[in-house]
Write a protein that binds this ligand. Structure first.
Ligand code: GDP
Ligand code: GDP
Length: 455
């Protein structure tokens, strides 16, 4: 009876150069243990396992590309989001809030075997306030004889409860049919699919580095609200900011302005928000406060941005507070701690006074051009032939691995696949990357190089 589920998934940064038309973003929410993760895995298919093997894809990832019956959509996964927070209620609340904010429609999962709980009802109240369309899935209805269990959930007032078994794949096709219909009918309010013609910028950095000051300085009161959550009084999510006659879309400005001191686990959620903003962005402005020592947290956030494969501009803020001693300390750090991002441009500025903020856009444009850049295969191979001749791979066990052929598999960020006769040492890959950067630029963009061994 159940149709085969054909779904595909992949890390967000593996999207093809021209993203396919997406019908919308679906959030899967529900209290812990109702089977959300099982459902997400079922929808994504077994290829989800690949995600874990991809370097740079963190466990905190927020959205996945999926497909159902020829329709592409995104899933916002909230599985595991409750970790790190005390008190189930606050966890469920924050989790739902973030996921729903990012989505166009919501699948609320409840547990048919446990029946209706107070927690389910609270969740419904919150979802209602969001104004997003909701599809109700009653999970753990493992057999046809158990379908009566779903009927109880009519009482939630969310319309028809759809019985499913995420574990056995029952009812998933029907659920997705309904969900796709719902998405097709909604007005897209999700951040994940916001206007594609504008460059999407994430402002990241630990609390107090000056993110909201910089946003205010750049916006100069000329902000436009993009993503007002229908029917709520919440802050806008994203904003268009015009800088020197150019429009940019700043992602999750609500998260930048909102202070999250109230809930326990605030760090966890601010890190999750950072991750979500990075995923939706094309470029990250990574902020540092130069009046303070650079901390592990600063560097971790920077790594998060690089690992997410985003174009990067490093912003050294509060330059007005820097004295001679601080300046020396900073330059020493620059030589050591920032080795990983020597390709990124750095802008020293003061968000407070506006000093040098006019230098940002040229750095941003350069980084995004690099991020989009494609090297024709012929040119790439001619160049690799040349650098290999100049500097062959060292001998390994009497053999010499050779580069046979290479191609740029994708852009945004540039990703190269090298076919070689054997394993290429880390040092040799670094050599190739350095040469590619010297020859072709790529300033401001991370670069991925993978090696495919052909005997
Ligand atoms: P989450 O916390 O909502 O992500 O829930 P999980 O996906 O981790 O599932 C919680 C538990 O419910 C796991 O032990 C699953 O194996 C089980 N489970 C999930 N879906 C089903 C189902 O359709 N039927 C049954 N019987 N168990 C399920
Ligand atoms: P956020 O938490 O990253 O959004 O940081 P805020 O923008 O709220 O800034 C934190 C504090 O640093 C505030 O008191 C700001 O006035 C101050 N601040 C931000 N940028 C600068 C700057 O360039 N110079 C100085 N002196 N103070 C700044």
């Amino acid at each position: 009876q159940d149709r085969d589920l054909i779904a595909s998934s992949g890390p967000a940064q593996d999207v093809e150069d021209r993203p396919r038309q997406q019908v919308g973003v679906l959030a899967i929410v529900g209290r812990p243990n109702v089977g959300k993760s099982t459902l997400v895995n079922r929808i994504l298919g077994r290829r989800v396992a690949v995600v874990e093997d991809t370097p740079g894809v963190t466990r905190d990832r927020v959205s996945y590309d999926a497909e159902w019956a020829g329709t592409n959509f995104k899933i916002v996964d909230t599985g595991g989001w409750e970790a790190g927070v005390e008190g189930i209620d606050s966890a469920v609340a924050s989790q739902a809030e973030i996921a729903v904010g990012l989505s166009d429609a919501v699948v609320l999962v409840v547990d048919g075997q446990v029946g209706m709980t107070a927690s389910d009802e609270r969740m419904v109240a919150m979802l209602r306030a969001s104004g997003k369309p909701i599809v109700l899935a009653v999970n753990k209805v493992d057999g046809a004889d158990a379908e009566y269990m779903a009927a109880e959930f009519w009482k939630l007032g969310m319309g028809e409860p759809y019985p499913i078994s995420a574990m056995h794949g029952r009812g998933i096709g029907e659920l997705l049919d309904i969900a796709m219909d719902t998405l097709a009918k909604t007005k897209h309010t999700s951040g994940l699919l916001t206007p594609t013609h504008l460059r999407r910028i994430a402002l990241v950095g630990r609390p107090n580095v000056g993110k909201s000051s910089l946003l205010n300085q750049l916006a100069q009161e000329e902000r436009a609200v993009v993503n007002d959550l229908a029917g709520t009084t919440r802050d806008p999510i994203d904003e268009v900011v015009n800088i020197n006659d150019e429009d940019w879309l700043f992602i999750d400005t609500a998260g930048i302005k909102r202070r999250m001191h109230r809930v326990s686990g605030a760090d966890y959620y601010s890190s999750l928000r950072t991750q979500a903003a990075l995923e939706r962005s094309e470029l990250a402005l990574v902020l540092f406060d130069v009046s303070q020592p650079i901390s592990d947290q600063d560097l971790k956030i920077m790594s998060q941005a690089v690992d997410a494969g985003r174009a990067i501009v490093l912003v050294f803020n509060k330059w007005d507070l820097l004295d001679e001693f601080g300046r020396k300390r900073l330059e020493r750090l620059w030589e050591t701690e920032f080795e990983r991002v020597t390709w990124a441009q750095r802008v020293n500025l003061s968000a407070l006074t506006g000093w040098h903020t006019n230098r940002l856009t040229s750095a941003m444009n350069t980084a995004l051009e690099s991020w989009d850049k494609r090297i024709p295969t012929g040119k790439l191979n001619a160049f690799l032939g040349k650098i290999q001749a100049a500097h062959p791979h060292p001998l390994r066990g009497g053999k010499q691995p050779r580069v046979l052929f290479a191609t740029q598999a994708s852009t945004r960020p540039p990703r190269f696949v090298i076919f070689a006769t054997g394993f290429l040492e880390h040092g040799y890959r670094r050599y190739i990357e350095r040469c590619l950067r010297e020859e072709f630029g790529f300033e401001g963009s991370p670069m991925q190089i993978s090696v495919n061994i052909r005997e």
